[in-house]
Design a binder for this molecule. Structure first.
Ligand SMILES: [Ca+2]
Ligand SMILES: [Ca+2]
Length: 309
């Protein structure tokens, strides 16, 4: 009788311990879940807020570009208001920073083709020169032509259509359309990651037929215009424009570039890259927008990438 009572109280104690343990586990789990929920909500709110701020930065950039067209309609250079980099501005709960960069001071990869999809020989020669001066295999230019052009006939001598990529460990095909991002070049046969890193600052992807803005082009890009412009000549040209614009492009480049190159260069730009970064608490939102400004000063975004950390 006494033994059985002892057994029963032993079971009661174990049951009580078990109930407390389960109760504690549930409580801890509930607390954990609710903390997670709170963090999730907080992150979502901050990301939404960040998105609104970067959209605001786009409107701000459009305003600057419109004002710049009033200030200096005939030239776009580093002396313009769009070229001024602003220190991060405080906003409620964080900071916002933005900068504009002239994309037409870089080589437009989509200019390797003419509007009808045929090869633009002038563009290919310029890209080959750019690659060579950066110590990258110039044969890549021909492979990029095949990568973009609508046909599936390998270009001669340098080219690469589907069979070139079908032999890879993970086979893939050529897209045969214009690029929307320079990063796509990393998939082109022979383009090493390190070579891409070296090339990236000098190239852009814009609609076909854009002119090169010589007021913002770097030495390597200016040197790509002609065999007669080496890096030291290019740097003399940059010294001549002196952080502003060439006073007379025709005379500065006369004798240096072939006649057929003149229609492909200019002193103005319609395309800018806005990089806007918003930091709110532990959340960071970065937006890159390719902005196109028309002749009336109206700006629209033609391409956007968004990153949230
Ligand atoms: Ca301007
Ligand atoms: Ca092709």
């Amino acid at each position: 009788m006494i033994a059985s009572q002892r057994n029963q109280s032993g079971v009661a104690v174990i049951t009580a311990i078990l109930v407390v343990a389960i109760g504690t586990a549930i409580a801890v789990s509930l607390l954990w879940e609710s903390t997670l929920d709170q963090r999730r909500t907080e992150s979502a709110v901050l990301a939404d807020q960040g998105l609104l701020y970067v959209q605001g930065a786009e409107a701000w950039a459009a305003d600057i570009l419109r004002q710049d067209l009033v200030n200096s309609p005939d030239s776009d250079s580093f002396a313009d208001i769009w070229a001024i980099e602003l220190a991060p501005l405080p906003v409620e709960g964080g900071t916002i920073a933005g900068r504009l960069e002239d994309l037409q001071g870089k080589f437009n990869i989509n200019n390797l083709l003419n509007g009808d999809g045929s090869e633009n020989e002038l563009g290919v020669r310029q890209f080959e020169r750019l690659l060579t001066s950066l110590d990258i295999d110039p044969a890549i230019a021909g492979r990029v032509v095949d990568w973009l052009d609508p046909d599936t006939e390998p270009r001669f001598p340098d080219g690469g259509e589907d069979p070139t990529y079908g032999a890879e460990e993970i086979p893939y095909r050529t897209p045969n359309v214009l690029l929307t991002s320079t990063t796509e070049l990393m998939a082109v046969y022979g383009m090493e990651q390190e070579a891409y890193r070296v090339l990236a600052p000098y190239i852009c992807v814009l609609p076909q037929g854009t002119t090169l803005n010589v007021n913002t082009a770097s030495d390597y890009v200016l040197a790509s215009l002609s065999d007669d412009i080496d890096l030291s000549t290019a740097n003399s040209l940059i010294f001549e424009r002196a952080d502003a614009e060439f006073l007379d492009i025709e005379s500065s480049f006369g004798g240096l570039i072939e006649d057929e190159v003149f229609p492909t260069i200019d002193g103005v730009s319609m395309h800018y890259l806005l990089t806007a970064t918003v930091t709110l608490g532990s959340s960071q939102t970065t937006m890159r927008s390719v902005l196109q400004r028309d002749s009336s000063g109206i700006t629209r975004a033609i391409f956007r990438t968004l990153g949230v950390h």
